[in-house]
Design a binder for this molecule. Structure first.
Ligand SMILES: NC(=O)c1ccc[n+]([C@@H]2O[C@H](COP(=O)([O-])OP(=O)(O)OC[C@H]3O[C@@H](n4cnc5c(N)ncnc54)[C@H](O)[C@@H]3O)[C@@H](O)[C@H]2O)c1
Length: 342
């Protein structure tokens, strides 16, 4: 047993009050230090993102703006709505917003039918969703998170505009998969409120949240963000602002090597997926996962890591992905990727 002085910080939330806990890992009993807060959350998780969150519990964060209503933006909006927060969803065109907000409402209805949320929660989620194509409608909110395509210049320009329309106390967050959060913060008048909140796909179901602290993020912003996610039953992990953070850096090899295996004719993409699932125990194979993520999003993420790691060959994007983008085979969102979708 370690003395109070020797105890490490919590590996999940950087909290200080850690205790030694035992849990079953994949094959053996794991003994690990983490904090009471994270323990409570882990033990209570059956599935994530439904807890009702009062203003005191969420550190005053009750109103959220989500910029970009695609795969991630829609999932992020749904996650907050299910927890009783209000969401203003912004996108560039009314038609896009109409179609994507309809999907969110359908998904919430499905959750109700499955008994995952109560009829009252579903009703308040529908009531709490607003949509807009005007950036000024995001002023006065507690948190704004961006989920626009993985294009650095687009995000930099967007944050300059968000900086101008929002209050200085509003937390500004990016869901970027790979870019430097510090670079976005450096362009703001109030850079201490900028943070990375990296959700995983599908956002309402995946518990892990990588909270990326930039060189300029202040402790209050980190604490408020972490507490919000603990409250809505996610698993926030604080990460350094390095290219790809933790998961996306590891995942590059997963995608790149599988693309090379197929390209070298060693196996078809169907076979690779089958092996990884049936023999490897993965929930999805690398090609199913790329279709879910979006070939364009995944390609841009790999390119960003390649650029940031000074063109190290292990991060080099595969030409097959580039060709699929040119052919608009972007995965599920365009109905065709490695597989076909109805
Ligand atoms: N897809 C994933 O699995 C995944 C996982 C984690 C993080 N991310 C990150 O999330 C972000 C969004 O990815 P996605 O998969 O949801 O993309 P997507 O292509 O599905 O959606 C992007 C949305 O942004 C909108 N948009 C484009 N330009 C805009 C602008 N100027 N202002 C407002 N909205 C605009 C588009 O109309 C679209 O609705 C990216 O940074 C990506 O790296 C993606």
């Amino acid at each position: 047993m370690l003395s109070e002085k020797e105890k490490p910080i919590c590996p999940f939330c950087d909290g200080k009050n850690v205790e030694l806990y035992s849990s079953f890992g994949t094959a053996q009993l794991v003994r690990q230090y983490y904090c009471q807060n994270c323990k409570t959350v882990f033990e209570s998780i059956r599935w994530s993102g439904t807890a009702d969150a009062s203003p005191e519990q969420t550190q005053g964060i009750q109103t959220v703006g989500v910029v970009g209503s695609g795969t991630m933006g829609s999932g992020i909006a749904q996650t907050f709505l299910q927890s009783g927060l209000s969401v203003t969803l912004y996108d560039i065109e009314d038609e896009i917003l109409e179609s994507n907000s309809r999907n969110i409402i359908t998904n919430i209805e499905k959750m109700k039918v499955k008994g995952k949320i109560t009829p009252e929660q579903a009703e308040s989620a529908n009531r709490n969703l607003k949509v807009s194509t005007k950036l000024t409608d995001l002023s006065g909110l507690d948190l704004i998170i961006e989920a626009v395509p993985e294009i650095k210049s687009l995000k930099i320009e967007l944050f300059k505009k968000l900086d101008a329309v929002s209050d200085p106390e509003t937390i500004l967050a990016t869901n970027t998969s790979s870019f430097s959060v510090t670079e976005f913060a450096a362009n703001l008048n109030h850079p201490q409120r900028m943070i990375g909140i990296h959700f995983f796909n599908p956002a309402p179901l995946m518990p892990l949240i990588e909270i990326v602290k930039s060189q300029l993020t202040d402790q209050t912003t980190i604490d408020r963000t972490r507490d919000l996610f603990l409250q809505i039953k996610k698993r926030p992990v604080i990460c350094k602002d390095t290219p790809g953070y933790i998961v996306n850096r590891i995942a590059r090899s997963f995608y790149n090597e599988s693309l090379r295996i197929v390209d070298e004719g060693l196996a078809t993409h169907e076979k690779v997926d089958r092996i990884m699932k049936k023999a490897g125990g993965f929930k999805m194979g690398p090609f199913e996962l790329q279709d879910l993520i979006g070939i364009d999003i995944n390609y841009n993420t790999t390119q960003s890591l390649f650029d940031n790691f000074q063109s190290e060959s292990r991060f080099k994007p595969h030409y097959l992905q580039k060709e699929m983008i040119l052919a608009n085979r972007l995965g599920r969102k365009t109905g065709k990727g490695f597989y076909k979708y109805e």
